[in-house]
Write a protein that binds this ligand. Structure first.
Ligand code: GAP
Length: 569
């Protein structure tokens, strides 16, 4: 199936390998006219569902970011895959994928490198390119980020972002102002992400440049709750980590029940519900869909819980979207590494009075006694007063500066416990993140829409795309390109375009062949202008899936198509 779909995708302009005039580069694809239109429609639908309807903001950040961002985010240290290089042909392979392909281990990504090495030896796994044994060959970590230099020279290293999310996190202090410093608020971003995948595969399913649509929902974990009632009745197939660890199976539950019984965290459950309804609307076959929870060893470095939306395509389950609870990980890390604060002020309902230990060191004593160390000692005293005020109970207090202990008389520290009234506190919001991969969604929507059937005794290939996302909504054909039929058809094309339809005009070849061409790109409706049209201003409207035809007045075409499309969204 995948070959036939990929062939159709190339022939009809959905997607094809990029730069093939120069031999191509694995992992890069170009979307042709149909694919670009399908992608645009899916992204518009995503934007409406996850940003507009939810009242979230959208930003558009750069794709190149300085190294310091990824030092803070942890991607420099931990965004690795396992690589094994063939000693004979020098081809590089993703070691965990070789294990998955050669054994019944479904998910080897969470295994340690030594366990993968052992499994390769145990199963005598061989190089897929030349057949050489990989037993005993070292498995190592390969960082997936594409590096670059910002400006001339190498003094300012940067990276192509591996996820759009970091572009949102680093702007937190600005974004919280736009949200008037009120939690919860969400910020979305649609854009390219880059990963130097060891082995790109399955056409656009695993590529090196892809599009993500991500939402970072900033919440106060103590007080904010999701609007679960909106999706509590939505039933979803859940494959929990505990079911995977035992012999459990996927269980279909309503979002309400999943949240109430604690199977899924409330915030994640909310987005699983919203997304399930959306997936169905854009054409994912929900009989080939499930939500699978990550096993603890699978979790990314930033995630404390994650459910993936998975779909079955070409006989394999693939990940479409990750719904991750990132907690305070990202904002805390940027707070630690960057010059700005990544916190937000939480106002109390009523001001409260608290005891606050402080110091006011006598620098006229510390200065002469400790010289250049005096300022550091004063800082350490403040830290100690906050963290361990009991340390000031004796005559002296010990602080450590550059690994050396200094014993300071308490009476020169100015230690005191003051009563202060506070109106709120600085907190680090938590982040709930639905992260959609759009290329995999495009592949899924096409694969789930692909069908081969027979019409009037002839084989046909059709894409049963939902009218709301199909690249072309209406194909308009004159029966013949003469006798005024083409002119009338062109008038109808102009009219439909002005009414907002994406219309394709075709006057070449037999009508049957023109229908087939539209069926192959998933056009849901075709309008044929014939001699009768010139007499009574009616046209034939043909529906793609049933191939049923109806005679409709041109003046009623818009209402007719609208009502059909609304019923089929
Ligand atoms: N910000 C979180 C994040 O990036 P992820 O699970 O690594 O999470 C999110 O990626 C989605 O991006 C995936 O569910 C997948 O759809 C898509 N994705 C990731 N790597 C990809 C690749 N190499 N090719 C195509 N899509 C990819």
């Amino acid at each position: 199936m995948s070959e036939r779909l990929v062939e159709l995708a190339k022939r009809r302009g959905f997607f094809f390998p990029a730069s093939s005039a120069y031999g191509g580069t694995a992992g890069f694809y170009t979307y042709g006219p149909q694919g670009a239109a399908l992608k645009r429609n899916l992204l518009e639908s995503w934007r409406e569902q996850f940003l507009t309807k939810e009242g979230h903001m959208e930003i558009d950040a750069p794709t190149v970011m300085p190294e310091s961002v990824f030092e803070a985010s942890g991607h420099l240290d931990t965004f690795d895959d396992m690589i094994v290089e063939c000693p004979a042909c020098e081809a590089s392979h993703r070691a965990d994928h070789l294990v998955e392909d050669a054994t019944d281990i479904a998910d080897a990504e969470g295994m340690s490198m030594s366990a993968v090495e052992e499994t390769i030896a145990e199963h005598d796994i061989r190089c897929p390119d030349c057949g050489e044994s990989l037993a005993g060959v070292e498995v190592s970590a390969f960082n997936l980020m594409f590096g670059t230099n910002i400006g001339p020279g190498s003094s300012s290293p940067g990276y192509l972002r591996p996820e759009t999310a970091q572009g949102i996190f680093v702007e937190f202090s600005q974004l919280k102002e736009y949200a008037r410093n009120q939690l919860p608020f969400g910020v979305g971003q649609i854009g390219r992400a880059y990963r130097n995948e060891i082995s790109p595969r399955r056409s656009i399913v695993r590529v090196r440049e892809f599009t993500q649509a991500e939402l970072e929902h900033f919440i106060d974990p103590e007080t904010d709750e999701p609007p679960l009632s909106r999706v509590e009745e939505v039933a979803v197939p859940l494959y929990s980590a505990s079911a995977q660890a035992g012999d459990g199976e996927t269980e279909t539950m309503t979002i309400g029940a999943a949240a109430e019984t604690g199977v899924v965290d409330d915030w994640i459950a909310y987005y699983l519900g919203v997304a399930a309804e959306w997936y169905e609307r854009v054409g994912v076959d929900m009989d080939r869909f499930r939500y699978r929870q990550h096993q603890p060893e699978e979790l990314s470095h930033y995630s404390s819980d994650c459910w993936d939306a998975e779909v079955e395509v070409d006989g394999n389950w693939i990940e479409l979207t990750g719904f991750s609870y990132r907690g305070s990980y990202d904002l805390s890390k940027h707070d630690e590494y960057a010059d700005e604060e990544f916190t937000l002020f939480r106002q109390y309902d009523e001001p409260i009075t608290v005891e606050r230990p402080t110091v006011d060191p006598d620098m006229s004593v510390l200065g002469p006694e400790y010289g250049s160390e005096a300022a550091a000692i004063a800082e350490e005293l403040q830290r100690l007063a906050t963290g361990n005020p009991d340390a000031f109970e004796g005559d002296t207090v010990t602080v450590s500066v550059d690994g050396e202990d200094r014993s300071i008389p308490v009476d020169v520290t100015g230690f005191a416990v003051e009563e202060v009234t506070e109106s709120g506190e600085h907190i680090t919001p938590h982040v709930v993140e639905p992260s959609f991969g759009i290329d995999r969604l495009i592949y899924t929507v096409l694969e789930h829409a692909y069908r081969e059937d027979e019409v009037d005794g002839e084989p046909r290939t059709a894409l049963g795309l939902r009218p709301g996302v199909a690249p072309t909504t209406v194909g308009v054909f004159p029966l013949m390109a003469k006798d005024g039929l083409a002119d009338r058809a062109q008038e109808i094309v102009r009219r439909l375009r002005s009414e907002g339809y994406t219309v394709s005009y075709d006057d070449s070849g037999a009508i049957g062949r023109r229908y087939r061409r539209q069926d192959e790109i998933g056009t849901p409706y075709c309008v044929t202008v014939d001699y009768e049209s010139l007499e009574d201003d009616t046209v034939t409207v043909r529906e793609r899936d049933s191939t049923a035809q109806e005679r409709v007045a041109v003046d009623e075409l818009h209402t007719h198509l609208r009502s059909r499309m609304t019923n089929r969204q």
